[in-house]
Design a protein around this ligand. Structure first.
Ligand SMILES: [Zn+2]
Length: 80
């Protein structure tokens, strides 16, 4: 793989003298995807927190009688 924009015809980064970017384009793609996933995860976490609060306040049956399963799993995921 050639360096992006390499003009000195180097075979690898160590040989390159023109300051080209030798980072694998895949790395940039994965970084970008990771950033998007982080934002989505954050948004989902906020939404789940909101659901949890509403459930706890408005659905007394789920909040108190189903504590061993559903609510415990939810609390474990949210870390509350
Ligand atoms: Zn070069």
């Amino acid at each position: 793989m050639a360096g992006d924009g390499c003009t000195c015809e180097a075979w690898h980064e160590g040989e390159c003298g023109c300051d080209a970017d030798w980072t694998d384009p895949e790395v940039y793609k994965l970084r970008e995807e990771n950033q998007v996933l982080k934002v989505e995860r954050h948004e989902l976490s906020d939404l789940l927190h909101e659901c949890y609060k509403r459930l706890k306040h408005h659905d007394q049956h789920i909040a108190f009688h189903d504590q061993t399963t559903f609510m415990k799993k939810l609390e474990a995921i949210l870390g509350v």
